[in-house]
Design a binder for this molecule. Structure first.
Ligand code: F6R
Length: 254
């Protein structure tokens, strides 16, 4: 894993947005895997800003979001589909036909997950997957457990994860859906490059276990140690328990 520490989340967002812009310029048909939650908000702001200032052309880019709440349709403001629309898709020239989501209202979860796996394969796989990390070490909605699902599946959310998502549901964790559809660990690990962003003290322990810990289903992010191209963007608080030898680059304030 290549770890980089930034003074402020804005700097990490700027570096990652520039990187995505460069990759889109080099390969206009790039396939991006996207995350939601609080962490990527500055990244999406920056991408919108770059689109307006430099006109990055998203028209041939394909996207696959990691996960979606089970039981929520795209029009529900708490859905991840609505989140992506608000933060990115409504503001750039992405082709709606190239935007892919798991359907939280699908009649059959298993068939919906199989459809998503096929769609990713038909797109040629994910070139660059953006990830956040839960304070408990989850990625996507692959929660700590005795066993993990390799492929896209219906996941039961931990109470901690529902609490962390409460801000999208009037700060009421009981209104956060109890289940979600999520890419599985193998789906994520098949992406060509993974960039994980973790900011703040609440991610410190999860980052430490992801980087230094044993591979364990109790810390799903630890499986990223198996991937040859993982980049981790941290702030100082999230990097606090990572030993210096693991840090290949330290970015100073530009
Ligand atoms: C969201 C997702 C989750 C989040 C994680 C961190 O699509 O897959 O794994 O990345 O829960 O969330 P934030 O960024 O809100 O701390």
């Amino acid at each position: 894993m290549k770890l980089t520490v930034f003074r402020h989340e804005r700097e990490a967002a700027a570096v990652l947005a520039d990187r995505i812009a460069a990759e889109v310029a080099a390969n206009p048909a790039l396939v991006l895997g996207l995350a939601t939650g609080r962490t990527p908000v500055p990244l999406y702001q920056r991408l919108v800003d770059l689109y307006r200032r430099r006109g990055i052309d998203f028209s041939r880019v394909t996207t696959f979001n990691l996960d979606e709440f089970w039981g929520l349709g795209p029009d529900h403001p708490g859905s991840y589909r609505a989140y992506m629309q608000r933060h990115l898709f409504a503001h750039v020239n992405i082709d709606p036909a190239r935007v892919h989501f798991l359907n939280g209202l699908a009649p059959d979860a298993e068939r919906e997950c199989a459809r998503y796996e096929r769609a990713i394969a038909e797109a040629g796989g994910i070139d660059l997957q953006v990830l956040g990390i839960g304070g408990n070490g989850h990625i996507g909605f692959n929660e700590p457990a005795g066993a993990l699902n390799a492929r896209t599946h219906l996941a039961v959310l931990k109470p901690q994860t529902r609490r962390a998502n409460a801000s999208f549901f009037g700060n009421d964790a009981s209104r956060v859906p109890a289940d979600a559809l999520s890419m599985g660990m193998a789906t994520i690990l098949q992406s060509r490059t993974v960039v994980l962003v973790a900011m703040g003290r609440g991610k410190r322990r999860a980052v430490e276990r992801m980087v230094h810990g044993p591979l364990t289903t109790r810390v799903p992010a630890s499986f990223l140690q198996l991937h040859p191209q993982v980049e981790v963007l941290l702030d100082e608080a999230a990097a606090e328990s990572v030993t210096l030898s693991a840090l290949s680059v330290t970015a100073a304030n530009p």
